[in-house]
Design a protein around this ligand. Structure first.
Ligand code: GRG
Length: 416
């Protein structure tokens, strides 16, 4: 059993780099290209930071326990469930090609595929819980004010960042990284950055110039509490901090992968991402005759792109091949679109209390949504079709895709 006492499985069978370190077969620095290649030059951006390196984003100002690399390897592998080489849907265990089963609709109970060791049940709830603790801790320390002059802006950033939220994007990133054999610690700075970018987009989306909303994540929106001026700046600061966070805090990952992730994050927010999608959304507001194709373009850019970069980044950090990255992107685009269809459905079926934001807003503002264009039942069918199609994209990953497959189901089955 794993030495940390987490109940996980034998280290010997683990595919993860940390455990290969433990076996002594991978005790050289990670390579910049695929092995066998020369040792990795350090990332110049990473090494300029002076304070002690945060663990999961915590800023340990007083005393920080330094773990030995080997202990840290064991610890993080165990924390990430890494030793469990795959979480396999129990109903699919006997299937020769489990993830291609597109008829699966609500797979929430899983068995741990631990090869020769004892299988034990676990649920998606448990999986999410195991990820959310580390993610919340990493987020907490990520926007702390270091000098009195920044107290107000940091408070506004932290107010929205820590206001709750499902943390879907960070979880997707970590799950993708682990699917490719990477570990949670490697992906955590990117996971944090994704949530910063997402939170920025929510702050800006709620502004009077945009959707003009006063409730988000069950709390008054950022501009209601801090004023429009500070809210705009808090969003801007979260966005720029997200890139800095990845560059500074990603350790032990080849520099070319880190740069690829930062480039993708940047693109996902720009004209071909969130900002472009939002502008098209504004243009279509109040315009009669918005087509399904236009709506799809808006949501692919406004919503799906960030989910796509979440999964692709995790995969890249985990060492995915170009083909694997493409498969992950396709999966993520489909679940991203389904996420937005589900959002449209929830707007008419859920309460403001459940949603933590104003329900029925789309109808009240005569917004074009999937429900408006397709109707409620057809929208539900479309969302399910997208999810089932998405799941097929992960067939090449076999059992290792189980967490992502379960999250895909969650995206359309969610209640908020
Ligand atoms: C300022 C460069 C720049 C870009 C921002 C405002 C904007 C442009 C884009 C809007 C993007 C947006 C808010 C899309 C909606 C996506 C969506 C469905 C959000 C809800 O996500 P959840 O359910 O929220 O994951 P929680 O609160 O759970 O995190």
């Amino acid at each position: 059993m794993c030495v940390c006492g987490c109940g996980s499985v034998v280290l010997r069978r683990c595919r993860h780099r940390c455990c290969r370190w433990l076996l002594g077969s991978c005790n050289t620095p990670p390579s910049i290209a695929f092995p066998p290649s020369p040792p990795l030059p350090s990332n110049p951006l990473i090494d300029i930071e002076s304070p002690p390196r945060p663990f999961h984003g915590h800023t340990h100002k007083k005393k920080m326990t330094r773990f030995s690399p080997m202990y840290a390897a064991i610890f993080f592998c165990a924390m990430s469930g890494g030793c469990a080489t795959a979480f396999v849907p129990s109903k699919e265990l006997s299937s020769p090609s489990p993830v291609t089963d597109r008829t699966t609709t609500t797979t929430t109970t899983y068995s741990l595929n631990v090869a020769a060791t004892t299988a034990s049940d676990f649920s998606l709830d448990e999986y999410l819980k195991s990820k959310l603790g580390p993610i919340e801790r990493a987020l907490e320390g990520s926007v702390a004010s270091r000098i009195p002059q920044t107290d107000r802006i940091c408070e506004a950033m932290s107010y929205s960042l820590m206001a709750g939220g499902k943390r879907i994007r960070p979880v997707l990133c970590i799950a993708a990284c682990e699917m490719l054999g990477g570990n949670q610690d490697d992906a955590m700075p990117t996971a944090v950055a994704l949530e910063m970018i997402h939170t920025m987009s929510l702050i800006h989306d709620d502004l009077p110039a945009m959707d003009d909303d006063d409730l988000r994540r069950g709390k008054p929106t950022c501009h209601v509490v801090y004023g429009e001026d500070v809210a705009i700046l808090a969003g801007d600061a979260l966005l720029s901090t997200s890139f800095e966070h990845v560059a500074r805090h990603t350790k032990g990952v080849p520099a070319d992968r880190v740069l690829d992730v930062i480039a993708r994050l940047g693109k996902s927010v720009g004209a071909e991402g969130l900002a472009g999608g939002q502008v098209m959304d504004l243009e279509c507001e109040g315009k009669a005759g918005t087509t399904l194709d236009e709506l799809k373009w808006i949501h692919l850019h406004k919503t799906a792109t960030l989910l796509q970069v979440a999964v692709a980044s995790g995969a890249i950090i985990g060492g995915a091949t170009p083909e694997e990255i493409v498969a992950c992107e396709k999966f993520a685009m489909d679940i991203g679109l389904a996420f937005q269809v589900a959002d449209d459905i929830l707007d008419v079926t859920a309460s403001s209390e459940d949603l933590g934001k104003t329900a029925g807003k789309d109808e009240a503002t005569d917004k074009t949504t999937y429900v408006k264009l397709l109707g409620l039942e057809e929208s539900k069918r479309y969302a399910r079709e997208l999810i089932d199609g998405a799941k097929g994209c992960l067939a090449p990953f076999g059992d290792r895709a189980a967490p992502l497959l379960a999250i895909a189901d969650f995206i359309v089955d969610r209640k908020n």
